[in-house]
Design a protein around this ligand. Structure first.
Ligand SMILES: Nc1ncnc2c1ncn2[C@@H]1O[C@H](COP(=O)(O)OP(=O)(O)OP(=O)(O)O)[C@@H](O)[C@H]1O
Length: 203
């Protein structure tokens, strides 16, 4: 894989049911600095693609190669354990301590967070604050690819837009793959849009 290519999906075929493939010879390449959106109505395979890229599902055919990957989920409460402080949960997943200490205060400032907030347990924070903590955790992992799943967030498009505004600042460090149902959000931020509604998938 060329150094700038952070995600390469070649001839991906996947089916839960052999007679109804969700992806058939699907190809996608993402380079550092690119923001690609996957859009599609409910049931078109957005979450399936997310799970395939995260290696939680195996393709029936084809290959997926991803460089260092970090995920931001739409519901931040489900991505933090309720019983532990946020900062401890962030430290737990960071291996590169040098990168962590070099950047944490910069990111805290950019994300409009504070050390005091990070000492708290998740339920003491608002949804927006916790979403920014989840971005902080992802950024401190220094990923090459940020996978953002906003697929089911029909409720709060304002948060989605704010999150994307924050993430756009980091495109010089990585590539972003945003999975969304929201075509207007995709048109606003993407270099490229993959519309799963238009893919032939045998249905
Ligand atoms: N574990 C499973 N076993 C069988 N079929 C599944 C499974 N998970 C999903 N499907 C089916 O695969 C298709 C794609 O589902 P997927 O969850 O990827 O869609 P989605 O685009 O993420 O939908 P939504 O926007 O509603 O979350 C759907 O028809 C769904 O019913």
């Amino acid at each position: 894989m060329n150094n700038d290519v952070v995600l390469s999906i070649k001839n991906l075929t996947f089916a839960y049911d052999k007679n109804k493939p969700i992806f058939q010879d699907f190809n996608l390449e993402l380079k550092k600095g690119e923001l690609v959106c996957i859009v599609g109505e409910s049931g078109k395979g957005k979450s399936t693609l997310f799970e395939l890229i995260c290696n939680n599902l195996k393709p029936s055919k084809g290959e997926i190669k991803a460089q260092k990957l970090s995920c931001i989920y739409q519901d931040p409460y489900s991505s933090f354990h309720p019983s532990f402080s946020i900062i401890n949960q962030i430290k737990d997943v960071i291996h590169d301590k040098e990168y962590f200490y070099k950047n944490i205060n910069i990111f805290i400032k950019e994300l409009n967070l504070s050390n005091e907030l990070l000492e708290k347990k998740p339920h003491k924070l608002s949804g927006g604050q916790l979403q920014r903590c989840s971005i902080l955790r992802s950024l401190l992992m220094n990923p090459k690819l940020l996978l953002v799943d906003e697929a089911t967030s029909a409720l709060d498009n304002v948060i989605a837009l704010e999150v994307m505004k924050l993430l756009l600042k980091y495109l010089d460090k990585c590539a972003i793959l945003l999975i969304t149902h929201d075509m207007s959000l995709a048109k606003w931020c993407a270099n490229k849009i993959i519309d799963l509604n238009r893919l032939y998938n045998g249905k």
